[in-house]
Design a protein around this ligand. Structure first.
Ligand SMILES: *Cc1c(COP(=O)(O)O)cnc(C)c1O
Length: 390
């Protein structure tokens, strides 16, 4: 377990991003945390060591990353994993046969697959539902319910869940609430402020931000949960190597700056798209036309760079997704470079068509991850592609 340093939370977010969880290297004074590329640590005597025995259990580079992201989310404990899915897998290992978990229906496809195809087989029970509707959540709670897991905003429909509302419901039933905060990042949304018990991230996305590492993290303020996560980290071993931890740490230093630009450009481009004659609907929580805009303003500090658009025409959606130059056709999101994707055939191809369409994820939906390039160049790029798609 890595616990934040005393004082890490005294500073504001941009300062924490650069400094939290880090001290100059004791031996050399190196300002950057060294990459501790080692599997084991020499012990001074039997039962005498410096807190590090074997690198699956702990690694100083990984500790630094865990403290840094915990401070960004404003909590005490961080546990890094080799991918976002490994983090979710570790979270689900808190539970036992017969336990019931309520999960948003429009969560990341891999989360749905892990729950329904692996943990369901091992004896956990899941109810997937639209967590925008807290009454539906309330009526799904049973005496066996142990966790409500939500993703907000969701991918790609940009649906929001009222975190404070979900927490209030959960509290009265002794149920935990976990939030996948990958889309918003702590710059735009801090679930612990609304009482969440666990925050999960795919650090692959905005936190690392440079599309060069796969990683994940679990965060909590609860010491008991943290100890159980440490136990799972050590027992199951899905930990990141020190290089990946170091690269991710390099990424988080600029998180605050990057998110400002993703958010500024996201707003501009969402507005431009919402006024474009070929766009039937723009899904972006920052637009007043978003059906949960009021909740977005209450729960989020900004709206970020993820936008989905409904074109109402599949051929047009295909042409658009293949005609941009700056927006590259690719899965993933949250990097400095802009990406465009066609969720129905890419990220969400495994979701049955009927289920896709019931949540508005049609074959004519296109998703954008707006990068930090000049937004005028990005708009010109989209404009050119729309002309080809006409
Ligand atoms: C990518 C993603 C994940 C999975 O993370 P990996 O790092 O790819 O394993 C989970 N949740 C969300 C919202 C994601 O975007």
């Amino acid at each position: 377990m890595a616990e934040i340093f005393d004082g890490d939370l005294e500073y504001k977010l941009a300062t924490r991003a650069v400094h939290a969880g880090q001290t100059p290297d004791e031996m050399s004074g190196a300002i950057m945390p060294p990459v501790y590329q080692t599997s084991t640590y020499v012990q001074q005597g039997i039962g005498r060591h410096k807190g590090f025995e074997y690198a699956r259990t702990r690694n100083p580079t990984r500790d630094t990353l865990e403290r840094n992201i915990a401070a960004l989310e404003g909590c005490r404990y961080g546990h890094a994993f080799s991918s976002g899915m490994a983090a979710t897998d570790a979270m689900l290992k808190l539970f036992a046969q017969g336990d019931h978990i309520i999960c948003g229906q429009n969560v990341y496809g891999g989360t749905h697959r892990l729950m329904s195809q692996i943990f369901e087989r091992l004896g956990l029970n899941f109810t997937f539902l639209d967590t925008r509707d807290l009454e539906a959540v309330a009526s799904a709670i049973t005496p066996a319910t142990k966790l409500i897991h939500v993703e907000t905003p969701t991918n790609p429909m940009m649906h929001l869940t009222d975190i404070a509302g979900a927490v209030e419901l959960a509290r009265s039933h002794n149920v935990l609430v976990s939030v996948d905060n990958t889309f918003a990042t702590p710059c735009l949304q801090r679930p612990f402020e609304f009482g969440a018990d666990i925050v999960m991230h795919s650090t692959t996305k905005y936190l690392n931000g440079h599309s060069d590492v796969i990683g994940g993290i679990l965060l909590t303020n609860n010491k008991d949960l943290s100890e159980r996560f440490s136990f799972i980290q050590n027992s199951a071993g899905a930990i990141p190597g020190p290089w990946d931890a170091w690269l991710t740490l390099r990424g988080t230093k600029t998180l605050s700056l990057r998110m400002k630009q993703h958010d500024e450009s996201g707003r501009l481009i969402a507005k431009w798209l919402s006024e474009h004659p070929l766009v039937k609907q723009t899904y972006y929580p920052g637009l007043p036309s978003h059906e949960q805009h009021e909740l977005a303003c209450r729960q989020m500090k900004g709206f970020g760079g993820m936008i989905s658009i409904e074109l109402g025409d599949t051929r047009r959606a295909h042409t658009l997704a293949q005609s941009t130059k700056l927006f590259s056709l690719a899965e993933s999101l949250g990097g400095v470079e802009s990406l465009i994707s066609h969720p129905a055939t890419m990220t969400h191809a495994a979701v049955p068509k009927q289920m896709r369409e019931s949540m508005g994820l049609t074959d004519s939906l296109v998703r954008l991850s707006v990068g930090i390039e000049d937004p005028e160049d990005l708009i010109e790029d989209l404009d050119r592609a729309f002309k080809l798609a006409k």
